[in-house]
Design a protein around this ligand. Structure first.
Ligand code: UD1
Length: 336
């Protein structure tokens, strides 16, 4: 029988792409999502992509009664936990929401898993735990810290999982430190769909390309980088989704936990991303140089060696694929 995986936040950007990757890899999957940052038609779209009905339960990971019911009604072998808040700026205005959803949400889930005797979890962490690294590419042994409530929640969650796995060897955790996930599924049916004006670079550029925003503000061109703009390690969401499947494969096979970066190992500047998106959209995209965004670091890209060694994971898609798939998604979305 196929292993069945519960995806918390599985209707969101990364969760929905992982749903497809899991089904393609022969897993069975069920989604629980409170739809705070996901559209309801995602499940219909997942049915079109996978050609099979999608099991999706509306609800919140803070609701232990609901989680107990899900574990009682389904034979679940493992959980991938995405359900969390992720906007740095918002976290400074609503720190308690972030602590509750991200930290208490993880504890609520772990409690329910323990009650149900399910001890395998893949956790969405972030390269935000590195801050501005001392050396690049940044590897998993680099010191961790935080600059805002969002980053704090990711660090506390990572440390909590470390405490639990050190004390109780029934648990196996895969902690995945995402770099900058962008792009969309090749069908153009699912992708990133922020409810508000996007804060992140590629979703914002996408809105300029569709005409919903007039121009991009490039936050600073005086960093110590070749063109002066910030450099990040953008990874195609399809590659990232596959990384979750490989993490799960490894946990189920070996019961050995891991903490790995998921990136490409290559950094691109803001202006390089703009140029790539212009190639994808086939037109010039207006931008202006604006002051630096507080809290931004100049340059981050990840060391990919450990993910390759432990999971056999390697990103396959490049920046042009990321921009082309994003453009395919947003230009279709605008017309539906
Ligand atoms: C941000 C978060 C990070 C989080 C990630 C989620 C901060 C400081 N970090 O990463 O913790 O995990 O989102 O995806 O917010 N840029 C512009 N104009 C824009 C938007 C962005 O020039 O309108 C630049 C930024 O200055 C940066 C790069 O684009 O150099 C990437 O920014 P963004 O997409 O927001 O990601 P991060 O800041 O790397």
């Amino acid at each position: 029988m196929a292993h069945k995986v519960l995806l918390t936040g599985g209707a969101g950007f990364i969760g929905s792409h992982t749903y497809v990757a899991l089904k393609n890899a022969g897993y069975d999957a069920i989604i629980v999502d409170n739809f705070s940052n996901a559209r309801r038609d995602v499940t219909d779209r997942l049915e079109i992509i996978t050609g099979a009905p999608v099991e999706c339960i509306e609800g919140d990971v803070l609701d232990g009664v609901l989680l107990d019911r899900i574990f009682a009604e389904h034979t679940i072998d493992a959980v991938i936990h995405y359900a969390a808040l992720k906007a740095v700026g918002e976290s400074m205005g609503k720190p308690l929401d972030y602590l509750n959803t991200n930290i208490a949400g993880l504890y609520s889930l772990l409690d329910a898993m323990q009650r149900a005797d399910v001890f395998t979890l893949v956790f969405s962490s972030s390269a935000t735990v590195y801050g501005q690294p001392d050396h690049l590419p940044v590897d998993e042994a680099a010191p961790r810290g935080f600059n805002n409530p969002y980053g704090y929640t990711k660090l506390v969650c990572e440390q909590s999982l470390e405490q639990i796995s050190a004390a109780d060897d029934r648990w196996a955790f895969g902690v995945l430190r995402y770099f900058n996930p962008v792009g969309a599924h090749e069908t153009g049916l699912i992708g990133e769909d922020p409810n508000d004006i996007p804060n992140n670079l590629v979703p914002y550029i996408a809105k300029v390309a569709t005409g919903e925003q007039d121009q991009l503000s490039v936050w600073g061109d005086d960093y110590d980088t070749p063109d002066g703009t910030g450099i990040r390690d953008y990874i195609h969401v399809t590659d990232l989704a596959r990384g979750h499947v490989q993490s799960l494969d490894a946990l189920l096979k070996s019961r050995q936990g891991h903490v790995v970066n998921l990136g490409t190992g290559t950094g691109y500047s803001v202006l390089e991303v703009v140029k790539a998106y212009e190639r994808a959209a086939g037109r010039a995209l207006p931008y202006r140089i604006a002051p630096r965004r507080p809290g931004d670091v100049a340059c981050v890209y990840g060391d990919t060696k450990l993910a390759r060694e432990l999971l056999g994971f390697e990103a396959e898609l490049g920046l042009d694929d990321m921009c082309a798939s994003s453009w395919n998604w947003v230009s279709r979305r605008k017309n539906t």
